[in-house]
Design a binder for this molecule. Structure first.
Ligand code: SAM
Length: 224
């Protein structure tokens, strides 16, 4: 069926354009060995984040939702030596696996992993005067996406990119009566983006090895 075809095409492009990398392969193996859920971005999506960070000339990246650090490492590899990825993770086991992966990937000097609920660590970052971040990747608990968008705006500047993962959810985003808090979270998130005069945005559906989903991308266009 179509899904098999989409997965095969995903594999074709990944093999061609995102050749396997021993470090990233070992990250996925370590995540699986530790029993982490395989909900990292796919290799070609990781490469997309990496390319967007490079196009952006990003030096400071904020990631909400680390898991085992797979996307973190893709982003860290896009930055100059003195660049920084601040990545936020609530689950201590995920954080422990991520720290080992980040170390093994040789980007421990670039990555700062903060544990705790993101609503708390985001408030900490603001209190410390951190930011603005050049690129913000929102990929944690989807019910909190509306709050994460507000924080992303606070911690950004004109020209920052705010990327949200998993906004399609197999098409469930269409269901305005959904009782799934993740669906309601991404719907509210997209509505807030739509209503926000300081950003210009779009959303793209994706198919392939991680199923049917998609991401939103918003460019901060105004000074606040
Ligand atoms: N960005 C990762 C990647 O692509 O490799 C995947 C992140 S995974 C989809 C979401 C992560 O967010 C999980 O590790 C989960 O423990 C974490 N998380 C969930 N709720 C959170 C919260 N309130 N604060 C911080 N992290 C949270």
């Amino acid at each position: 069926d179509n899904f098999d075809k989409w997965t095969a095409v995903d594999r074709y492009f990944t093999n061609l354009l995102v050749p396997s990398d021993p470090v990233l392969d070992s990250v996925l193996a370590a995540n699986a060995a530790a029993g982490l859920p395989p909900i990292d971005v796919s290799p070609n999506q990781g490469k997309l984040l990496h390319l967007l960070a490079r196009v952006q000339g990003a030096r400071n990246v904020l990631e909400i939702g680390t898991l085992g650090g797979y996307s973190t490492i893709w982003l860290a590899r896009a930055l100059p030596q003195d660049g920084r990825v601040v990545t936020l993770e609530a689950d201590l086991k995920h954080a422990e696996v991520a720290r080992a992966n980040i170390q093994r990937a040789g980007v421990a000097d670039i990555v700062e992993l903060r544990t705790g609920l993101a609503v708390d660590t985001l408030a900490q970052l603001e209190a410390e005067g951190r930011g603005p971040f050049d690129l913000i990747f929102i990929d944690a608990d989807k019910p909190s996406n509306p709050e994460y968008f507000a924080w992303a705006l606070k911690l950004s500047r004109q020209g920052s990119l705010i990327i949200g993962d998993n906004v399609v959810r197999g098409g469930a985003v269409l269901d305005e009566a959904s009782d799934d808090p993740s669906v309601q979270g991404v719907r509210r998130f997209c509505e807030l983006i739509a209503a926000e005069p300081r950003v210009s945005a779009t959303a793209i559906q994706t198919v392939g090895s991680k199923g049917y989903d998609g991401f939103s991308i918003a460019l901060v266009t105004d000074e606040r």
